[in-house]
Ligand binder design. Sequence first.
Ligand code: FEO
Length: 399
Amino acid sequence: MEQNSLIKGKIHYVGVNDRSKYLFEGMWPLPYGVSYNSYLIDDEKVTLVDTVDINFFEVYINKIKRIIGDRAIDYLIINHMEPDHSGSIRLIKQQYPNIIIVGNKQTFGMIEGYYGVTGQQLLVKDCDTLDLGYHKITFYLTPMVHWPETMMSFDTTEGVLFSGDAFGCFGALNGGFIDTRINTDIYWDEMVRYYSNIVGKYGSPVQRALQKLNGLPMTAICSTHGPVWTDHILKVGSIYDKLSKYESEEGVVIAYGSMYGNTEQMAEVIAEELSAQGIKNIVMHNVSKSNASYIIADIFKYKGLIVGSPTYSNQIYPEIESLLSKILVREIKDRYLGLFGSFTWAGAAVKRMVDFATQSKYELVGDTVEMKQGMNDIIHAQCKKLGRDMAQRLIADRK
Ligand code: FEO
C-alpha cells in the first residue's frame, strides 16, 4: 500500500507534473511547470476523481496500480472535461471496461465527442449524493467554472472538496503535494496568473459557485492544478473571491508598445509623475517583451491602467491591439484608464484606443496624449498631467 500519496481518509493523490510544456493552452508560460491533479479514493467502491493529460498516462496508471493493485475501479467522477483533465478517459475505460462514469447532463456528450467513450454512466444532478462506503460524495453543479459541464464533488465524511479548476494555480508540485509539507511561496502569484489568464472571464459563475460552497465544512481543497490546500483554505478562498469580483488594489499598470523608444519615453514621464504623486504600485510592461499572461495578471491586481501605443500602419500597434482584445475577452471590470500614443505622419492609435475605453466601460482619466514624432516640452507636460490626474483619481478613493 502506497502511503506517501495519502491525503486523508482513503483519498490518495495520483496527479502528475508537467515540466516540459512551455505554454499552457498554447499561450500562457509555465516557468514552474504545472500539475494535472487526479485523486483516487480507495474505498469499498474504488473511485477516481478526474484523470490527467494523456501524455502522462503511463506514469498515472502506475500510480493508481501501486495503490489498488489489480482491483478494479468502480467509478470515475468527471468534474471537468477540458483535455488536461479528461485526456486519459479513453485509456482508463480500456483498462477498466466496467467503470461507471459519473457526470452531469452536460458531461456525457463531451466524453463521447472527444473520446468516443460511451457505456455505463451515472447521471447526477445538483446536490445528489454517492455512497462509496466510508466516503459519501455530494455533487455541486458549478457551470462555467470553467466550462459548462463543470461541477465539484464534496466528500462529507472528511470534508474534502474536489473543486476542478477552481482554487487551482500554475506550478508543478516538487515532492510534496499538500500545502503543509511544501514551501508554498511560488504558488500565490501563480494563482493570480492562473485565475486571470484561464478563468478570468467567468467572475459571475465563480461568485455563484463560492456562494453555493459557502458554509461547507471543508478540511481540504483538492483542485485539478497545484497543491492540495489544507492550511490555507481561507486564503485561497479569499483570493478567488477577490479576483472574481474584479476587486483591485491602488496601483497602475502602464502597458505600452514602442519601436524606437519614443512612446516609451512618454511612459517613463507618466510613471515618474505617478510616483511623485505618491503612487507606489507602478508596473511597467513593454508589451513586446512582457508576456501578456503577466500583464493581464497585473491588470487584475491594480485599479489603474494606462495604455500607450504608436500608430502602426494607421492602426493600433499590433501587440497592444492583442492585449486590448485579451482584456475585453476577460471582461475585467471597473478600472481607471489613461491613454497615450505617438505617430509620425498621421495619428490613429489613440483615437482607436478611445473605442476600447467605450467597450470596456472604463472611466477615462485625464486627457489622452498624442505625440508627433519625438518628445518636446508640451508633450512632456501633458504626460505629467496624465500621471498626475491618474494619481489623484486613485488617491481620491483612499478611505
Ligand atoms: Fe485545467 Fe479548465 O482545465
